[in-house]
Design a protein around this ligand. Sequence first.
Ligand SMILES: NC(=O)c1ccc[n+]([C@@H]2O[C@H](COP(=O)([O-])OP(=O)(O)OC[C@H]3O[C@@H](n4cnc5c(N)ncnc54)[C@H](OP(=O)(O)O)[C@@H]3O)[C@@H](O)[C@H]2O)c1
Length: 296
Amino acid sequence: MGENSTPDPETQPESTGRPLAERVATRLFYPTSRPREKSLREAVDGQVVLVTGASHGIGKAAAKKIAAAGATVLLVARTLDDLERVAAQIRADGGTAHVYQADLTEMDATAELGAALLAEHGHVDVVINNAGKSIRRPVDESYDRFHDFTRTIDINYLGPVRLLLALLPSMRERRHGHIVNISTWGLRMPPAPRWSAYGASKAAFDVWLRTVATEIAADNVTTTSIYMPLVHTRMSAPTDFTGVPGLTAEEAADLVCHAVVSRPREISPWWTGPVQAWTDLRRGAAQRLMERGFRR
Ligand SMILES: NC(=O)c1ccc[n+]([C@@H]2O[C@H](COP(=O)([O-])OP(=O)(O)OC[C@H]3O[C@@H](n4cnc5c(N)ncnc54)[C@H](OP(=O)(O)O)[C@@H]3O)[C@@H](O)[C@H]2O)c1
C-alpha cells in the first residue's frame, strides 16, 4: 500500500461508530446494491469515466472505486490540491486519473472543459454528474440573498447542462454512453420547507435529463437518476442529522457503481414510489403536512 493509500476518514467503508438502531434503520430504509467486483470491471475496464465533484464525498469515493476497476477517471472540481490528493491515491493503487480544475458555475469555462476532455481523451464513455451544492434555509432568510438561488441553479442545473451539451454530440455519434445523475430523494417527496433553492435546482436538472433521455435513447446513450438519500458527507454536515439514518460516502458510491454496471433508469429508496404516488394523489394533504411540520 502506498503512502497515499492510508485510510481516508471521509470514505469509511461501513457506518461503524453509529448506534446499532441507526445502522439497522439505514439497512432497512436504504438497502444499497454493491455490484460484484467482476461486473464492475467488465463494465468500466478501459473506459473513460468523468466524475464531477470528485474531490470530496460521494464523487471521490465513486471515482476511487471506478478507477480501481480499470477505468481512466477524469476528476473535476474547483480545489486543485484536493483533486491532486484523490488522483495520487488512485495512482498509488495502480489506477489512472487525470485532474481538471474547473468551476462548473462558469459557463464558458465549462464549455471549454468539455472540449478539452474530448480533445485529450477522444471521448467520454460515462459521465457521473455529481458536483453540487445544497442550501437549507427558509425563504425569509434569503430575502437579501438572491445569490442562494443563482448559485444553486448554476451548479446543480446550468453547469451540468453546459457540460453535457459539449459531450452529448460525441456520445451520440459513437452510439455509446451513460450518464449518471446524483439527484436527491427530496424530489420523490412533497416539497419540504427550507429546501426551496436546492430542491428547485435539483428538480430542474432531473427533469432536463429525463427529458433528454427520451431523445438520446435512440442513439444508445442511457441515463440513470439516483434519488440519493441522506449521505453523511461534508455537504450534509452543517445540518444536524443526529440519529437520522444515512449512508456513508462509500455506500453511496456503491449505488453509483451499480448505476454504471446495470444502467437502470432510476435508483431510489424502495418506499419513495408509494410516497410519491400518495403525494400526487393528495397534493393538498401532503402540503398541509409539510406546513404543520414547519410551524412546529
Ligand atoms: N450528502 C447528501 O446527503 C446528499 C443527498 C442527496 C444528494 N446529494 C448530492 O450528491 C452530490 C455530492 O454531494 P456530497 O454530499 O458528496 O458533497 P460534497 O462532499 O460537498 O462534495 C461536493 C463536490 O462538488 C464539488 N463542487 C462543488 N461546487 C463546485 C463547482 N462550482 N464546480 C465544480 N465542482 C464543484 C466539490 O469540490 P470543490 O468544492 O473543490 O469544488 C466536491 O468535490 C451533490 O450533487 C448532492 O446534491 C447529496
